[in-house]
Design a binder for this molecule. Structure first.
Ligand SMILES: Nc1nc2c([nH]c(=O)n2[C@H]2C[C@H](O)[C@@H](COP(=O)(O)OP(=O)(O)OP(=O)(O)O)O2)c(=O)[nH]1
Length: 144
């Protein structure tokens, strides 16, 4: 597909080796997404590597440095479809420096339990994120 918007997101977990909690972020804009929860991240800039974009976005949005883990594979090179024009690749990440704060684009951060699937799934996620959250829960549960 030409003109696809490449988005990157982080499944920030408390521990890459033994994940038990996931950091969800509540968006403030645009109006159709305000109040919905998402994976922190954003658009990859021209000429930027996806992983570099993710490090940049997490520094800007949360004020943290992270260690990236595996990618949460979607089966498509471009990642998880968000809409007809955008797709998002998602990596596991663990904070290596700093304490996550909602500096930009979010008004709330929440650590949610990965052991309680209901807690994760009951948040009002951006609808396109729900298959990603389900895949993440399945992956973490299988690995446990
Ligand atoms: N970051 C993020 N964006 C998501 C998720 N799910 C989802 O549909 N999106 C959409 C919302 C936006 O249309 C797009 C990402 O754009 P963004 O606004 O976060 O990107 P950005 O930080 O680079 O912002 P900007 O420079 O375009 O203002 O992807 C998600 O889980 N995380």
């Amino acid at each position: 597909m030409t003109g696809l918007i490449h988005v990157v997101g982080a499944a920030v977990v408390d521990s890459l080796e033994n994940p038990s909690r996931l950091l969800a972020a509540r968006r403030t804009a645009p109006p159709q997404f305000a109040g919905m929860w998402e994976f922190p991240g954003g658009k990859v800039e021209q000429g930027e590597a996806p992983e570099a974009a993710l490090h940049r976005e997490l520094a800007e949005e949360l004020g943290v440095t992270v260690r990236l883990g595996d990618e949460l594979e979607s089966g498509a090179a471009s990642g998880w479809p968000l809409n007809e024009r955008a797709a998002m690749r998602v990596w596991f990440a663990e904070v290596s420096d700093g304490e996550p704060r909602p500096l930009e684009d979010h008004d709330q951060l929440r650590w949610i339990s990965l052991g309680e699937c209901d807690e994760a799934l009951s948040l009002p996620w951006i609808p396109a994120d729900l298959p990603i959250v389900r895949a993440l829960l399945a992956r973490v549960t299988t690995a446990a």
